[in-house]
Design a protein around this ligand. Structure first.
Ligand code: KG4
Ligand code: ZN
Length: 437
């Protein structure tokens, strides 16, 4: 079975193609050799550089960029997978007049996208793909919308069913992927010489079984959630942020420290530098740990960000009052203070995340901890949660760093697991920015 994954929920355009012969509906009973998934093609285009100049993602620009890049990325992905076979014929004769009109209607606000897709469809044969998994939420609605209509148009052109897929579920299941030992050996093998002459790079992964109940901590730019997973694909949100998401707090603090968007990783790098240089230093600017002692499993991060703002203002005020004219004109805080603040901020966030996650694990008797979402790329979070899981004697699953942030592999995997669990394709679904697990 081959599944095409499409991801456009924010500022990454992702298209990927996976293949498997296995049935993962009961992954626990599968032998290691039959838990494999191959990534035949994987294309990711990041718009980050474009949004950086605006200090955050501009939804309509994100949508436009997705529309521009989806078709070229699809073509590259199919090429990478060796699934391009030339067959030149007009779209009308390939799909019929009625269908061509329908496809036009689906892409009625996206004329350029329609033309690009038409050109591709007119030069190649229908690729051998069994299903399309597309992110339909949560995320930025205009960005999601363009991915959804693209998937629907493809579905009409090539007669492939579409499975709407939850972005957050993608962040959960991608943690189950483990690079197969022989994957590196298999790289650059020609797997379909009769289709393509070029070498095909693919990697093989195992989908690891999960011992349930599991707790997933999902931390991204838009979400901070604790999720109880009672069994395969059965989710219940048991904790949520009351205001900012963790990634959002990282990005806002980055901005306060004069770092470019998205600054989460940069804040974390400053924090690590501070920790390495001064391992035993008492933080000179202590920050709060909001809701750490509350009985529920909810979070609040806007208070820490505000505390950082006040700390900086206070330092700037002091430097204005006490230092030279030069400092008065430019009350920039020094690099060493930025480092101290970044470190204390990261420590505060991680302490709160660990405390609440431990509470959830104990409360629900979890056997597995999964962390996912862009912030799970954070080194300290990965290390500290791994240590905690060891102490608690439970399994720990975290995605590879490069799969932590948004990508299409996670969507294809979520689509695959849902299809095999019996989820039916849909036609009339919409993009939903607030979709919940
Ligand atoms: O999941 P994701 O790629 O997109 C959303 O769905 O939001 O997450 C992006 C978020 C951004 O806020 C980014 O600053 C944060 O993940 N992030 C990090 C790190 N890498 C990415 N935050 C802290 N430390 C990192 N290393
Ligand atoms: Zn995400």
């Amino acid at each position: 079975m081959k599944i095409l994954g499409i991801e456009t929920s924010c500022d990454e355009t992702g298209i990927c193609l996976i293949e498997t012969d296995s049935d993962f509906s009961n992954v626990k009973n599968l032998s290691t050799s039959s838990r494999q998934v191959k990534i035949l093609g994987n294309q990711l285009y990041s718009q980050v550089a474009m949004h950086t100049q605006f200090g955050g993602v501009v939804p309509m620009m994100a949508k436009r960029e997705h529309a521009k890049n989806l078709t070229p990325l699809l073509e590259k992905c199919l090429e990478e997978a060796g699934l391009i076979k030339s067959k030149v014929e007009s779209l009308k004769s390939k799909v019929g007049e009625e269908k061509e009109e329908k496809i036009k209607e689906i892409l009625f606000r996206e004329n350029d996208l329609f033309e690009q897709l038409k050109n591709l469809a007119e030069k190649i044969e229908r690729p051998d793909i069994d299903a399309i998994a597309v992110t339909n939420g949560p995320g930025l609605e205009p960005a999601l919308w363009v991915g959804v209509v693209f998937a629907k148009a493809l579905s009409e052109i090539w007669n492939i069913p579409v499975i709407p897929t939850n972005h957050m579920e993608g962040h959960v299941v991608v943690a189950q992927l483990q690079q197969h030992d022989e994957s590196k050996v298999e790289s650059y093998k020609v797997i379909k010489p009769e289709v393509e002459k070029t070498n095909i790079r693919y990697s093989t992964f195992n989908i690891l079984p999960v011992s349930y109940p599991a707790i997933a901590l999902l931390i991204s730019g838009g979400h901070t959630q604790l999720v109880l997973i009672k069994d395969n694909l059965q989710y219940e949100i048991i904790g949520n942020t009351k205001d900012d998401a963790v990634g959002e707090a990282f990005d806002k603090v980055a901005r306060l420290l004069g770092l470019p968007y998205p600054g989460g990783r940069l804040v974390s790098e400053l924090a690590e530098k501070e920790r390495n240089e001064f391992p035993n230093k008492i933080p000179p600017y202590p920050l709060p740990r909001p809701m750490i002692h509350s009985k529920d499993l909810d979070f609040s991060f806007s208070g820490i960000k505000t505390a950082v703002l006040y700390t900086i203002k206070k330092i700037q005020g002091l430097s204005q009052a006490s230092s030279s004219d030069e400092a008065r004109l430019s009350p920039e805080i020094s690099a060493s203070i930025k480092q101290e603040i970044a470190c204390e901020f990261e420590n505060a966030v991680v302490e709160v995340l660990i405390s609440k996650t431990k509470k959830a694990i104990e409360q629900y008797g979890a056997q597995t901890l999964i962390i996912g979402g862009g912030v799970s790329a954070n080194k300290k979070i990965r290390n500290d949660f791994e240590k905690e899981s060891k102490n608690l004697g439970i399994n720990f699953l975290v995605p590879e760093v490069k799969s932590s942030t948004d990508n299409a592999v996670m969507i294809a995997i979520a689509g695959l697991l849902n299809i095999q669990a019996g989820k039916q394709p849909e036609v009339d679904f919409k993009a939903n920015g607030n979709l919940s697990l």
